[in-house]
Design a protein around this ligand. Sequence first.
Ligand code: NAD
Length: 333
Amino acid sequence: MHQVTLIRGDGTGPEIVDAALNVIEATGVKINWEEAVAGETALEKCGTALPEETLLSLRKTRVGLKGPLTTPIGSGFRSINVALRRELDLYVNLRPAKSYPGVNSLYQDIDLIVVRENTEDLYSGVEHRVGADAAESIKIITRSASERIVRYAFEYARRESRRKVTVVHKANILKLSDGLFLEAARSVAAGYPDIEFEERIVDNMAMQLVQKPHFYDLMVMPNLYGDILSDLCAGLVGGLGLAPSANIGDESALFEPVHGSAPKYRGQDKVNPTAMILTAALMMRHLGEEDAADRIERAVAEVLREGETLTYDLGGEAGTAAMGRAIAEKVQG
Ligand code: NAD
């Protein structure tokens, strides 16, 4: 029996998590869920957005499944997602973007992976006002964090038979910070002569991903570029409703969809549960439940191909629960 911490999340989080739990149950894999709270929900219940018990639970189970959390914009508490990643040293943010037949999207046959550094860069939270009319945010890049993320990217590429690793940077302008990231990437790449390595400047990369995404395979980059380009990749394959992600460290891993809490649709049984369900499949793989992960991914592909039970973002009229049920039924067979 696996032990997993479950954080249902804010906004539409609990609805998509329910759908994913049904799908997991349909696989027959036994999981002992330890429920914890974070974000707005935790603030209301416990008076703090990241209770100590939540961190304790994640440190104990070492695996978490999490719905999206709401982060106030401009003011209020800092992102709990960022805090969780830093507290647990989840230095990898793995974001696959894959085409599914039946989904109306710009391209077919896309199979891209973004490996995003998850602990530093402009997300270090070091920012301050300079007087009334200026503000400063500090971008932190270290050799050790850069080397370990690039090493993860190459190890992943080797394990998953990926043909090429592209490092994305802006070292032409940010000569010291991105320059250090690029230098670290080059030195790690030298140890993997079996895998093709190339470099792209981030603005050029954005354009190339739109024009010729098939040219790319696995991309590794600092935090901010990864955040933005992974949404771009999700857009290439049909939108955020289909984009799963994993936050991985040496000790623990936390699985969550790429998208946010879509609070305007809260309680409306409207948003697409697929990203959350594909996230559950990534978690199953991490738990060593390869067969369950394959079954979930096949069931998602079938429901998308049939096109009968789709949510609004995919052009359908089904609700969150109905689409989740359709996928769970396919998993059960
Ligand atoms: P969002 O991802 O919630 O929504 C962006 C757009 O995509 C909206 O139009 C939304 O309706 C749509 N969308 C999102 N998920 C969808 C789904 N499953 N199915 C169909 N459509 C979907 O991003 P936002 O509006 O910028 O942010 C809302 C809140 O979520 C903010 O508080 C933000 O900080 C937070 N957020 C959390 C995470 C996380 O927990 N990992 C990630 C991103 C944003």
